[in-house]
Structures are given as structure tokens and as C-alpha cells.
Design a protein around this ligand. Structure first.
Ligand SMILES: [Zn+2]
Length: 324
């Protein structure tokens, strides 16, 4: 049987999936990444041996694998096969493809995790039927994956697209990238938590403060729970937060003119409510005159997006005749 092996490398787990040529997820498994306790060689070896074992459990072996696709956080280069940098894992200038080749001699393709997830949503999920899709992943940070003509767009050096690091406020909040005022610093879960905490500080008697106390902490959900309890302070925090999304979103539309913008990530539970809070404003701000309007949807593939996107990447690379 001919299948793709889709691998999704994360900070805590590595997910492995068997994906059919029609991109059905046939089976999946996961192992701990052990990013804190193991060196890149050990992680890579354990990952490949797990793939081999998992294939055997499905009465398959590496000979059945058309190609391996792998998505991972940070800068991972498809052309050179180098995993050059990531914040949460020990890989630095690491020849990952060369190391994986010791176990699997076929084609192995790499993509950044946000790009690969966008590819999956574009082909199989909320962006199905569109050729130009952007996916925004709102979590601790803000990931952006840009799909142009059904292919990942990552620039000439494969380092893009980092749309979370466009500045929306000069001299604004410090961002982890070293700049100030990046979109990510305002609309990531961390940004929302900071804005929520500041509002609680200024309004200790608010319902918002009460909700945080009941939760025992402030998280990305706090402000939404307080809005549900008709808290005017939470309404203001949410409105401002939505405005930050709106401004960046209009920039994004002006830059890429995507047919579909997909919202994913940990803050996705806010879903339609979040989209409705900024959608019209973003469309009004963007340069859209007498042309079809971009649409917004929430991501639908959830945790499987990484595995599926990696398999689609492998299939696309084979179709495009890429041999590395
Ligand atoms: Zn930044």
C-alpha cells in the first residue's frame, strides 16, 4: 500500500500519521518529544524508530511510504534539509534530513508548522476550494501561514511569512522578536492576558476581576467569561483587543488579498464571536473596492492539521518534481 508519513514535531509531543494518497488519516500515534532531556540525535532516532514500529503495527514498512512530510516550529528548511533554529527544541543548524535518511532513503520534505497547518486547512479544511488562503494561529504567539496558488509561500529563503511581526503600534509593547509594537504582542493569548490583567489592576471591583479570582488565574478565556456576565470593563478590553486584530487583519488583506482567512489556535474557542468582532471593520479598512471580499472562518482540522499538512506538503513536493 502506498501512503504518506506525516510528522508533526511539537514542543511536548511528536505526532505521526499514516495518510492515504487521498489524504485520509488512516492511523496516528504520538511520542513525547523530550526536548529538555534529549539531544537532537536521540530525538531523531527515537522518532524514526517509532515511525518504523508504527508502520509495522499497520502491516507496513518504509518501502510503502511514498514520501515523508515533517512540520516543525521555527526555521526548518526544505531545500537544504537543515533545521536551523527553534525556540522550544534543541535543534540548531542540524542536518535533520541527512539524519532521517539513515532510516528512510526516500524523499523527505520539511515545512514550518504554521505553514503546514495552513496548507492542510487550505486543501482539506476551512479553506477547501480556495487557492489563496491565509491561516492565523492565535496561541501563545501568533503564527501565520500563507498559501498562494495552493502552495506554501515562505519567501526566497523559506523564513516566512512572519506577519505576526508587523508593527501596528510604533514604540508599542515589547515583542519576543526584539521589536516593539508587533501585532503578535497585542493579539496573542499572552497579549490578551496582559491587557486583561491591566484592566483588572485598574478595576479591582469589576466582574472581570471577580471572574479572574474564581478562575484562580487570568488566561485567554477570562475576558470572554466576563463579557458573558455583562461586565462593561471586559467589554472594553474585548473591544480594544478586537480592534488590534482588525487593524492587523486589514494589513494582511492589503498584503495578500486572500480569498479565505482562517483563524486557528488556542484562542479559537472564541470562534465566530471573535471573527464577528473584527470582520466588518477589517473589510472596511482594507483596499477593497468593487472586488470580491475575503471571507473568514475558524479552523476545522484541530490537532490533525500538522500531520495532514505535512503529508500534503510531501505530495505537493513530489508533484512539483522536487528531489532533495
Ligand atoms: Zn515581533
Amino acid at each position: 500500500m502506498a501512503i504518506y508519513l506525516g510528522i508533526d514535531v511539537g514542543g511536548t509531543t511528536i505526532k505521526i500519521g499514516l495518510v492515504s494518497e487521498k489524504f485520509e488519516l488512516l492511523d496516528k500515534t504520538s511520542i513525547n518529544t523530550r526536548a529538555d532531556s534529549e539531544a537532537p540525535d536521540q530525538i531523531t532516532q527515537r522518532m524514526m524508530l517509532s515511525c518504523e514500529k508504527f508502520l509495522a503495527e499497520n502491516n507496513l514498512n518504509f518501502m510503502d511510504v511514498l514520501a515523508i512530510g515533517l512540520g516543525a516550529p521555527g526555521t526548518i528548511l526544505n531545500k537544504s534539509g537543515m533545521y536551523t533554529f527553534t525556540g522550544n527544541l534543541p535543534f540548531r543548524d542540524y542536518p535533520l534530513r541527512e539524519k532521517m535518511r539513515k532510516f528512510y532513503s526516500g524523499q523527505i520534505y520539511f515545512g514550518n508548522d504554521a505553514n503546514v497547518a495552513a496548507l492542510a486547512e487550505n486543501r482539506l479544511g476551512a479553506g477547501q476550494g480556495t487557492a489563496n488562503t491565509v491561516m492565523i494561529t492565535l496561541g501563545t504567539g501568533l503564527g501565520t501561514g500563507v498559501i498562494i496558488n495552493n502552495r506554501i509561500y515562505s519567501g526566497f529563503n523559506e523564513a516566512g511569512v512572519e506577519f505576526g511581526h508587523i508593527v501596528i503600534e510604533i514604540d508599542g509593547e515589547y515583542c519576543t522578536c526584539g521589536r516593539n509594537g508587533c501585532w503578535e504582542a497585542y493579539v496573542s493569548a499572552s497579549g490578551l492576558i496582559r491587557q486583561t490583567k491591566a484592566a483588572i489592576n485598574d478595576n479591582p471591583d469589576s466582574i472581570l476581576a471577580q471572574v479572574a479570582e474564581e478562575q484562580g488565574k487570568v488566561n485567554g478565556e477570562t475576558v470572554f467569561l466576563a463579557v458573558d456576565r455583562n461586565c462593561p470593563v471586559a467589554d472594553r478590553v474585548f473591544a480594544r483587543y478586537a480592534y488590534y486584530i482588525q487593524v492587523g487583519m486589514a494589513n494582511l488583506i492589503n498584503a495578500f488579498m486572500p480569498e479565505m482567512i482562517i483563524m486557528g489556535g488556542g484562542i479559537g474557542y472564541a470562534g465566530e464571536r471573535l471573527i464577528n468582532s473584527f470582520k466588518q471593520g477589517a473589510l472596511d479598512e482594507a483596499m477593497l473596492f468593487g472586488v470580491p471580499m475575503p471571507d473568514f472562518k475558524t479552523a476545522v482540522l484541530g490537532n490533525d492539521a500538522g500531520i495532514l499538512g505535512a503529508a500534503i506538503l510531501a505530495s505537493d513536493c513530489l508533484a512539483d518534481g522536487k528531489v532533495y
